[in-house]
Design a protein around this ligand. Structure first.
Ligand code: GRG
Length: 293
């Protein structure tokens, strides 16, 4: 069993009740949101957040709403990414994508609903009473920047306009640092803020996040070429078909594997420099490098 499995289990228990019951007029929206929330994600970002808290010797219970908020934002991004106006995918995690089941209109709103609800969780006085207003403000600032125009939204916008024939490594790194790396980094940084870590440790955590995000994304590109469809839950080769700018399309498969390992080693160096306990965080980095889904 992975050392981080107990954290995942306790998160799942909290997460089942994190999204509120909606008004009877919009039960269709609630069903659509719950469909994607419970579709079998790996929960990497919430586990990373909770693992930082644990590594700092703090209780993980009060941090659950924050871990859930990050997973809400991740889930919204996947629902929107699958829409016909973006990647136009029919399958996600081995199941029909949200818009295939509930229609494009409701899928769009399910994403919007999750983005808003994430900030409801972060600002709910009943769920956040263990933390000071100053800490909560830093957390909200971090998540809104890294989910938005200095993070995921920026990366997605650059990705949509990127062209395999003219794109270069600099553009690819911009896309992935923003689209994938920033939400992973936000999860770690929020964990650090809630645990009250000093600036120098937070700095190393952020750099750990950047490298981990890079490793995660290179591995994602590799899996799209060499993965097993049943494991990854969607057809392989879609990046190639859509002429996406990826690490293998720019550097080849073998060089991409080396780059993933390099990013992993840099990540671990920053983790060790942070001085945090590595019992769960190091196996999480190992999992990201070696994952098959
Ligand atoms: C729509 C603003 C907006 C952004 C979308 C996340 C994203 C940005 C696009 C998804 C496309 C993609 C496959 C990106 C690669 C990295 C990534 C986020 C993979 C999925 O994350 P996992 O593997 O997913 O953690 P699970 O299913 O385990 O939750």
């Amino acid at each position: 069993m992975n050392p981080f499995e107990p954290l995942k289990k306790s998160f799942e228990t909290y997460f089942e009740q994190a999204f509120p019951a909606l008004a009877p007029q919009i039960t269709g929206l609630e069903e659509s949101v719950r469909y994607s929330l419970m579709a079998g994600g790996k929960r990497l970002r919430p586990i990373l957040l909770l693992a930082v808290i644990k590594a700092a010797g703090k209780p993980t219970g009060p941090a659950m709403p924050f871990a859930a908020a990050v997973e809400f934002i991740h889930t919204y991004s996947l629902i929107h990414d699958d829409l016909p106006c973006m990647d136009d995918d029919d399958l996600r995690r081995g199941k029909p994508t949200n818009h295939k089941v509930y229609g494009e209109d409701i899928a769009l709103l399910a994403g919007d609903s999750l983005l808003s609800e994430a900030f409801v969780l972060l600002s709910d006085p009943k769920r956040t009473e263990d933390y000071t207003p100053a800490t909560l403000l830093k957390v909200v600032h971090c998540l809104s920047l890294k989910a938005g125009n200095q993070g995921m939204v920026a990366g997605q916008a650059a990705d949509i306009k990127a062209d395999q024939s003219t794109g270069d490594l600099e553009l690819l790194e911009y896309i992935h640092h923003h689209k994938t790396g920033q939400l992973i980094t936000a999860a770690l940084e929020i964990g650090g803020l809630l645990a009250g870590l000093p600036e120098d440790k937070l700095g190393h955590l952020v750099l750990f996040g950047h490298r981990l995000g890079q490793c995660f994304q290179i591995q994602d590109d590799i899996l799209d070429l060499t993965g097993d469809e049943a494991q990854i839950g969607k057809p392989v080769g879609s990046d190639q078909r859509n002429k996406k700018l990826t690490y293998p399309s720019l550097s080849g498969l073998e060089a991409s594997k080396k780059l993933a390992e390099q990013a992993y080693h840099q990540a671990v160096t920053h983790l060790e420099a942070s001085g945090l306990k590595t019992d769960e965080l190091k196996p999480l980095a190992d999992f990201i490098l070696k994952r098959d889904h």
